[in-house]
Design a protein around this ligand. Structure first.
Ligand SMILES: Nc1ncnc2c1ncn2[C@@H]1O[C@H](COP(=O)(O)OP(=O)(O)OP(=O)(O)O)[C@@H](O)[C@H]1O
Ligand SMILES: [Mg+2]
Length: 372
């Protein structure tokens, strides 16, 4: 789902950017502090309602401004969908897809599926289980239509159950309806996740050998409670502990993806470089399964690729991104270094942009860019 136009107002140091993007490779180069990451943040705001860099929305609004706007056109085979986001320092927000107001960021995500690769995403391996759950659920959300309803139901159910657990005294009868609902939703969510992960693991195993040579690399899905026992039994057994702690300690909200090499956690034994390559392979495999399952393509935002990977691995990344046939926005400080991995693919449409003091100018095709 390429984004063919991006217009940004008052987001960080980007004051008035309006550019036409290539539906394949887009390279943004410029000095430190020029606004490259901000361009990618603007796209992530469009596809997620928020930035990948910070949850503090206020910091995104340009200094001395009270709101920012991001606008774009998402192109499908048959049509062009306008999509826009406005957020203010006061906390107001407005999301629009195809001319209609939408209330949830999930509507933006459906319209513009994104994968982000930056220094933080490399924490997928050594960060908290929440990050790996979000990783798993990205694919499930896009592939299984009923997943999001079940997931929202789970959040609601946990909120009620946990607030009951925090009361001084609770009767088993009060918890029973929430436990029943939790078990039903857990079953659904677990089934969706296992099905998507099965497809994902197959794609990942075929791909990872090219990225990084690791003997006995294994991905194991942990569903959040004992794999051999019904959740109802595990909940009943853990009730005293849950009451003491004031929250539900087992269930799909505790799922994780265990990534091991030779039986040990990858995060404990891999070098920083090996971890980065592994995370790139994980994200590329997701885009591959997404395309296969939905006949759509996701957009990759890759922040400062040359700083993260050496030239051989950038070349491997380029090959996979070309094979995925998806749209990519990549940043880097040096133009030549940024362009180098793409030299082998002259047939692929490529746009290069120079970012300077918050202005974004097409480096070779000045006529396609309107910078104010
Ligand atoms: N709310 C804001 N209003 C105005 N400027 C901001 C705001 N937040 C950050 N900035 C500034 O915007 C500029 C662009 O930051 P950005 O992170 O996009 O730069 P960059 O080109 O990615 O730099 P680097 O190469 O160091 O990663 C920086 O100078 C930063 O200080
Ligand atoms: Mg940056």
């Amino acid at each position: 789902m390429p984004l063919n136009r991006l217009a940004v107002q008052s987001l960080r140091n980007l004051n008035a950017v309006d550019i036409d993007l290539s539906d394949r490779i887009n390279l943004f180069y410029g000095q430190n502090g020029s606004g490259k990451t901000s361009v990618l943040e603007a796209v992530s705001v469009l596809g997620q309602g928020r930035s990948f860099r910070s949850h503090k929305l206020k910091t995104l609004v340009g200094n001395d401004k009270d709101h920012f706007t991001v606008f774009g056109h998402v192109v499908d085979a048959s049509r062009q969908t306008p999509i826009g986001v406005m957020r203010s320092k006061k906390g107001d927000s407005l999301f629009k897809v195809d001319g209609k107001l939408v209330s949830a960021a999930s509507s933006l995500a459906e319209c513009l599926p994104l994968q982000v690769i930056n220094a933080q995403t490399f924490q997928l391996l050594d960060g908290s289980p929440k990050q790996r759950r979000q990783f798993i659920d990205w694919l499930v959300f896009h592939v299984e239509h009923d997943f999001f309803i079940a997931w929202k139901g789970l959040q609601r159910c946990l909120k009620h159950r946990n607030s009951l657990l925090r009361r001084d005294r609770i009767a088993a009868a009060e918890l029973a309806p929430w436990d029943r609902e939790l078990c039903l939703l857990a079953e659904k969510i677990d089934t969706f996740r296992s099905q998507s992960l099965q497809l994902f693991i197959e794609a990942f195993e075929a791909l990872v050998v090219e990225f990084v040579q690791l003997d006995d690399l294994k991905l194991q899905y942990l569903r959040g409670w004992d794999k051999d026992r019904p959740l109802a039994d595990v909940l009943a057994e853990g009730l005293d502990r849950d009451c003491r702690q004031g929250y539900t300690s087992v269930g799909p909200h505790r799922a994780d993806l265990r990534i091991t090499v030779g039986g040990q956690l990858a995060a404990d034994i891999l070098s920083r470089g090996q971890m980065k390559l592994l995370v790139c392979a994980l994200r590329i495999a997701q885009g591959y399964v997404f395309s296969q399952q939905t006949q759509r393509r996701c957009l990759y935002l890759i922040d400062d690729l040359p700083a993260e990977l050496d030239s051989d691995y950038q070349a491997i990344m380029a090959r996979w991104l070309v094979a995925l046939n998806c749209q990519v926005l990549i940043t880097g400080v040096d133009r030549l270094v940024l362009e180098a991995p793409w030299g082998e693919y002259p047939e692929i449409s490529k746009s290069v942009f120079h970012v300077e003091h918050g202005n974004v100018v097409a480096a070779d095709k000045a006529s396609t860019t309107k910078t104010q």
